[in-house]
Design a protein around this ligand. Sequence first.
Ligand SMILES: Cc1ncc(COP(=O)(O)O)c(C=O)c1O
Length: 397
Amino acid sequence: MSHGSFHPPQRTLMGPGPSDVSPRVLAALARPTIGHLDPAFIAMMDELKALLRHAFQTTNALTLPVSAPGSAGMETCFVNLVEPGDKVVVCRNGVFGARMVENVIRCGGVPVVADSPWGRAVDPQGLEDALRTSPGAKLVALVQAETSTGALSDVSTLVDIAHSHGCLAIVDAVTSLGGSPVMVDQWGVDAIYSGTQKCLSCTPGLAPLSFNELAAGMLRRRKTPLRSWFLDLSLVLAYWGGESTRTYHHTAPVNALYGLHEALLILREEGLEQAWARHALHHQALRQGLEAMGLALVVPAAERLPQLNAVWAPSGIDEAEVRRRLLAEYGLEIGAGLGDFAGRVWRIGLMGHSCNRRNVLLCLTALEDVLGRMGTPIERGVAVPAAAGVLDRPSQG
Ligand SMILES: Cc1ncc(COP(=O)(O)O)c(C=O)c1O
């Protein structure tokens, strides 16, 4: 058997992540590896932390990228803040809320689940009720952007409710950061984590994270030792946190961090508000096109996440075959449904570098062609003009 270098096929990534990685980020990844304690690398780390604070809209000192994917960001929050016996209210409206419940259990905590229906935002009244009927909780955990359903929750309101019951709030911003407002300080979020492969359009494998002083204090006051060595933030901080001295904790993923630095620079150059507006505009264009074709979005308009569009697959169609043909014939990846939505919905991502005019029009054209040839009764010839109509509308600003 002969082996050769791996050359991935050309794809357009419009699934739930990863999104297309910017060529600038790919170029940064290919720069020479230097030592992770090299003064030049340490200077880059300091810039990276400043860029992350900007992306999260925070001044939190404890802001850094965990050297592992979004799931490790989630786990870092739970292992550092939950001690055995702690009650944690988890808002669950999809797959990632369910994973938070798992995390609480594995930390020895006691989860109290506030369920909201799949495809809907977290219901603030449901959280209020859970906190009232189950007093004594220490933390509330919620997912801002539920990638499994495409629902966007109102973090500001939910964090206020958590605080009014004396709880700190852990927020998952894996799919929201860079695509929708994430205002850590303004909203009073206590602990937050994200991922690099969604709206930051970086390669997968890093988890930006930020703790405010209240969360850092909760960590310092722990009565029991942390069960994880790698994710223990008090140890990680000796490497990422120090002003002058850095102590070895683990070998940082040097080139991956060059990539994240570049991705955050791109976001800063574009401007946060402009990036959010771009995601909102292209979402509206895609929605108009899909609806003109006769397809329907899963989430009610006011609760939709612009960067992840969950669409009902027409009944009777082999939805997996549609995705297979899009990939084979157009090099276009869209996502399958997860959990309760498996086999029933497609998840179309418009994240970061993938969120552009070309991709919206390509997706609509390709879907129309594939669905048409599979005999699905859709309106033909109307989707692209409908989407272009949104994109070409003179801006109001
Ligand atoms: C909302 C949310 N949380 C957590 C994760 C886990 O991130 P990762 O796959 O990078 O571990 C994802 C990944 O899709 C996600 O969408």
